[in-house]
Design a protein around this ligand. Structure first.
Ligand code: HEM
Length: 349
């Protein structure tokens, strides 16, 4: 990112900037491309979860019974494979969309790879995630949709969503944040709580995947289930969800009470809204005996929640840039209680 990205003209004889502050891609157009591709990468990784969900929920998981071929004699679907073949093969084709975005991302940061090793390595890992996911998808087919492998396929997608979220956040860092040496935005009290939010979100997702493995939507009518009791597993699944809601309430109380940076407040509000919506969908789908549209929405919700939780943790642990960061304004502009501001304690709590 360019040192002038805060909108100020570059000084005529600038002081030597730190390697991080010189972070390329320097040209605004290149920066725009990097940010656009980072967003596209996150959107595509969320999108493929939903289309993969459509495969499972329409019982098209073995619409192509082979991998990497669709049938023993054909790379693509055939009329005999019917609509399930079209759905499964269509999802396989989306891999190429993801690959195009991932290659574009690597190329867009290629020139800046020395200065922005963070963006480059994240882009490479996201690119490597595509063949890894394709192979795991192939193993799900070879194992006749083993529910643990299907679950692993979903979890790997969640990991890629976390990485894509970090990529988006890092692509948006200002030069001040990249070069700064200040401590993290979140206070000492808040940091473990943000860590707990991350862990509880991950636990909710993993246990949800285990509920699915015990439930009726196997991806094919003949596919095995994991043998666990779906009702019992649903009860276990909601335990970290309740703890997550509680931890979020405490975190929100702390950020409002101590007038923490506006970016952290809004990221927490976004996560809270998604958790509440996801919880509501979870209960409704459970009581309506898992209609496929709601189960699909719950999968989308899990992906959005994963991204929002990663965004909260990233924001809380990113560096404070006093004065240089317009988003930090509210803390300095009247939301800090006068006594706390005078003693300088607000940021430390
Ligand atoms: C933070 C909130 C929640 C998260 C992150 C979450 C996440 C998930 C995930 C990732 C799955 C598996 C999706 C898949 O493998 O395709 C799932 C399944 C499920 N969740 Fe949740 N969930 C949440 C809240 C709830 C709540 C409150 C309930 C209420 C009972 C619930 C009920 C279910 C059920 C019944 C399934 C199985 C669906 C099936 O068999 O297809 N979830 N959840």
């Amino acid at each position: 990112m360019s040192p002038t990205s805060a909108g100020k003209p570059a000084p005529s004889s600038p002081a030597p900037a730190s390697p991080a502050a010189q972070a390329a891609p320097a040209a605004p157009a290149a920066r725009k491309t990097v940010r656009g591709l980072a967003i596209a990468s996150l959107a595509a990784n969320i999108g493929i979860v939903v289309t993969g969900g459509a495969v499972r929920l329409t019982a098209s998981g073995l619409g192509c019974p082979e991998w990497p071929m669709c049938t023993p004699d054909s790379l693509t679907t055939t009329p005999e494979m019917g609509v399930h073949g079209i759905i499964e093969f269509g999802n396989r084709l989306l891999t190429f969309v993801l690959a195009a975005i991932a290659f574009g991302m690597v190329f867009s940061v290629w020139k800046a790879r020395a200065e922005r090793r963070d963006l480059f390595s994240l882009s490479v890992v996201l690119l490597a995630g595509i063949p890894a996911q394709a192979l795991l998808g192939g193993i799900t087919v070879w194992t006749g949709l083993n529910p643990w492998i299907v679950g692993g396929h979903f979890i790997l997608s969640m990991i890629l969503i976390v990485l894509a979220t970090v990529l988006v956040n890092r692509a948006w860092l200002t030069p001040g944040q990249l070069a700064g040496t200040n401590g993290p935005l979140a206070s000492r009290t808040l940091r473990p709580l943000l860590g707990a939010l991350g862990v509880l979100s991950a636990l909710s997702v993993v246990l949800g995947v285990i509920v699915t493995g015990s439930g009726p939507h196997a991806g094919d009518h003949g596919a095995a289930r994991n043998g666990l009791d779906p009702d019992l597993m649903t009860r276990v699944h909601v335990v970290p969800v309740y703890l997550l809601v509680f931890a979020l309430a405490v975190a929100l109380y702390l950020v409002y009470r101590h007038a923490t940076d506006g970016r952290l407040r809004s990221s927490l509000l976004l996560l809270t809204a998604i958790v509440l919506a996801q919880g509501a969908i979870g209960y409704v789908q459970h009581f309506l005996h898992l209609p496929i549209v709601l189960v699909g929405l719950h999968m989308l919700g899990a992906s959005l929640l994963t991204a929002a939780a990663a965004h909260v943790v990233f924001t809380g642990f990113s560096r404070r840039v006093p004065g240089a960061d317009p988003a930090a304004g509210p803390a300095a502009a009247g939301r800090v209680r006068p006594k706390a501001a005078a003693s300088g304690t607000a940021a430390r709590r």
